[in-house]
Design a protein around this ligand. Structure first.
Ligand SMILES: Nc1ncnc2c1ncn2[C@@H]1O[C@H](COP(=O)(O)OP(=O)(O)O)[C@@H](O)[C@H]1O
Ligand SMILES: [Mg+2]
Length: 340
């Protein structure tokens, strides 16, 4: 698609986005179903059409060769609203599988010239297979809309939890930071930069496992390192972006530092009433860490929030950082049921 506003919406299939077919969705039913309480993922529990292996076989058989449509789903409650559409909890009727459906208007994608970005989101997210990233099982479209079939994150946005609690304790924060660092390290190894790490895009699954979502801004870093696109959210922008210099995968490492600060302090470090003041503080790395933050946490924040991208800590070194080493033995004391 050319991306010119005013063009009549064309078929996404025509433009290279493959319609979602049952063959693609087979993975959806192959190992993961939601049990009768729909609150736990289990490899062995029953689905609404039967139990275990037989049910999965019957699902595959019944949908094989048929294109999935919106009529194959029961739409549940709205989970959230994004820039270009809404996300609903949905149940695949035949199998009982619960997922999140991200529904976007084709006209809007065209008018805002983001079809290319959308296709990249689909391409990248469907290739990502990591326990701390939301899985994209497939996609389909009809005349007006495109639909992404996503892994459902039962506990929703970390942002809401943060707003409810004000800030998070160090044990809980360290568990989240460790999981996000692991996921980012996986993405970077595959030359993927997420570019929009912030609490709204960090979701929580069963046992409050972190699930990085929203690959709408993600790119392959090896395509070109001269990426000067300003993207992401103001408070999470690194100096190289506010100064409109080139950026690379180290933007995610910076964002992780902002996230860690926000977990522990309750607000991002450079927050100001006026955008221009925030920009200035980011460019100067005008960082003030309150005294209630432990020295180990402060040290890691400072190592993540370095002005020079190359000087930021290597993600793989986070797991051996004293802050993680100190808190890790207490992770199993966290009440995971409570929504921490
Ligand atoms: N897989 C999911 N499970 C649960 N909630 C989700 C899921 N995906 C998205 N949401 C909710 O919908 C909101 C918008 O989705 P997102 O993919 O971030 O859209 P956008 O790209 O427009 O920001 C999220 O902030 C979250 O609240
Ligand atoms: Mg989002």
């Amino acid at each position: 698609m050319s991306g010119n506003a005013g063009l009549k919406p064309r078929s996404l299939a025509e433009s290279g986005v493959k319609p979602f077919r049952s063959r693609d969705v087979s993975i959806l039913f192959s190992s993961t179903t939601i049990n009768k309480s729909r609150l736990q993922i289990s490899r062995r529990t029953s689905t609404s059409t039967g139990t275990g292996l037989n049910a999965r076989k019957s699902i595959r058989k019944s949908i094989y060769g048929n294109q999935i449509t919106i009529n194959d789903f029961e739409i549940g409650k709205k989970l959230g609203k994004g820039k270009f559409g809404k996300v609903y909890c949905a149940r695949h009727k035949k199998s009982g599988f619960i997922c999140a459906l991200k529904i976007m208007d084709k006209k809007e994608l065209i008018n805002f010239k983001v079809e290319k970005q959308f296709r990249r989101e689909v391409e990248i997210q469907s290739s990502v297979k990591h326990v701390n990233c939301i899985k994209l099982y497939g996609h389909f479209h009809d005349t007006d809309r495109v639909y992404l079939i996503l892994e459902f994150a039962i506990h929703g946005e970390l942002y809401k939890l943060l707003k409810k609690k004000g800030k998070l304790d160090e044990v809980t924060s360290s568990r989240y930071i460790y999981q996000i660092a692991d996921a980012l390290s996986y993405l970077h190894d595959r030359h993927i930069i997420h570019r929009d790490i912030k609490p709204e895009n960090i979701l929580l699954g069963f046992d409050n496992t972190v699930k990085i979502s929203d690959f709408g801004w993600s790119v392959y870093s090896n395509q070109s390192m001269k990426r000067t696109t300003m993207c992401g959210t103001l408070d999470y922008l690194p100096p190289e972006m506010v100064e409109a210099r080139e950026h690379n995968y180290k933007v995610d490492v910076w964002a992780l530092g902002i996230l860690m600060y926000e977990f522990l302090v309750g607000k991002p470090p450079f927050e100001e009433e006026f955008k221009s003041s925030t920009y200035k503080r980011i460019a100067q790395v005008d960082l003030q860490v309150p005294s209630h933050v432990s020295p180990e946490a402060k040290d890691l924040i400072q190592k993540l929030l370095r002005y020079t991208p190359e000087k930021r800590i290597n993600l793989k070194d986070i797991e051996t950082h004293p802050w993680i080493v100190k808190n890790k033995p207490h992770w199993d004391e966290i009440n995971l049921e409570e929504g921490v």
